[in-house]
Design a protein around this ligand. Structure first.
Ligand code: DGY
Length: 324
């Protein structure tokens, strides 16, 4: 029996590609070029499966074109699936899988890194060294804010939100408040307080970290009204999706000194970055590196492999997304 044909839209780490290639007939993107919608659609139509990732626009036209050919499953390399039109997948009964769990720690680490960098003014300090303008130690030099003992507000208490809370509680003795659409009943082993709105999170927190999924429902969930509730000494960190944060509102708040700083890993319309954000003071801006460790990316590849293997063995893939 011939092996199922799988198409990768982007390059993966070598080990992950090799493992996939042992089981399936894989078409790799050797040059790692960003593919157009038409290229992905045509590829989906002549493969049984595509493994897209963040940055690929898997819209209705791509899915329908693929499905009218050979395409049967979309196995995303990544946990977020807001770049895939799930409604169309549901209509055509195309399963979609993702790669949860394996990137939780890596993304949580980047959220903590951003909090530390922005609160402890790491970039300003580093710049002084490189530009040879360090005036030397003195009592008022580059004073920042402690994370230790402060209140961390989490928006979206899923796997990553919980892990950030865990690290913040155990490493920095932070008090945790959070907003989540559904009630969280499980005992995480440390105190957490659920509040009923994003505004309440903003009111109570010294650091606000966003961890909800992207998509229509969470567009600008952290907006001007919410930011206005924050203290002037508070910070925002976003490692979720650019769409969840109103970037104009946050840039305005920074330039007026209404909040203390912002650390971002994700942007609306990335890889382009809003000019207002680039001009705003007290920002740490990283290029969507949340899951960027070799261990994590290999594990993500392995998760795609397992999901596809299950599907072609006529089992339900572990990470099949429930399409409402
Ligand atoms: C994810 O997995 O959603 C990361 O943001 C990278 O795609």
């Amino acid at each position: 029996m011939s092996k199922p044909k799988v198409f990768l839209t982007r390059k993966w780490p070598r080990k992950a590609e090799e493992a996939l290639g042992e089981i399936f007939d894989v078409t790799f993107n050797k040059n790692d070029t960003r593919l157009s919608k038409i290229e992905i659609a045509k590829a989906f139509a002549i493969h049984d499966a595509i493994a897209p990732t963040f940055g690929d626009n898997i819209d209705k036209s791509v899915i329908e074109f693929g499905f009218n050919g050979k395409g049967r499953i979309i196995s995303n390399f990544g946990v977020g699936v807001d770049h895939i039109d799930l409604e169309t997948c549901k209509t055509l009964n195309i399963p979609v899988t993702n790669t949860p769990d394996v990137l939780t720690d890596a993304t949580a680490e980047i959220a903590i890194l951003l909090m530390l960098m922005v609160a402890r003014r790491a970039l300003e300090g580093e710049k002084e060294i490189r530009e040879n303008v360090w005036p030397g130690w003195h009592p008022t030099h580059l004073m920042g804010s402690l994370m230790n003992g402060k209140t961390l507000g989490i928006i979206g208490m899923g796997r990553i939100g919980q892990e950030v809370a865990r690290k913040a509680f155990h490493a920095f003795k932070m008090r945790i408040v959070f907003y989540n659409r559904s009630i969280i009943k499980q005992d995480l082993g440390f105190p957490i307080k659920q509040v009923s709105s994003v505004l309440d999170v903003c009111r109570e927190s010294d650091f606000v970290s966003i961890h909800c999924p992207g998509g229509k429902e969470t567009l600008n969930i952290l907006n001007a009204e919410a930011i206005a509730k924050m203290k002037k000494s508070s910070f925002i960190v976003n490692t979720a999706r650019g769409d969840v944060l109103d970037e104009d509102a946050v840039s305005h708040a920074l330039s007026k000194g209404l909040i203390a700083g912002v650390g971002l890993d994700v942007y609306k319309g990335e890889p382009k970055v809003n000019k207002k954000l680039l001009m705003a003071p007290n920002t740490v801006l990283l290029p969507h590196m949340g899951s960027a460790t070799l261990e994590t990316r290999n594990a993500m590849g392995n998760r795609v492999l397992v999901n596809l293997k299950q599907f072609f063995d006529n089992e339900k893939p572990t990470d099949q997304i429930h399409l409402f």
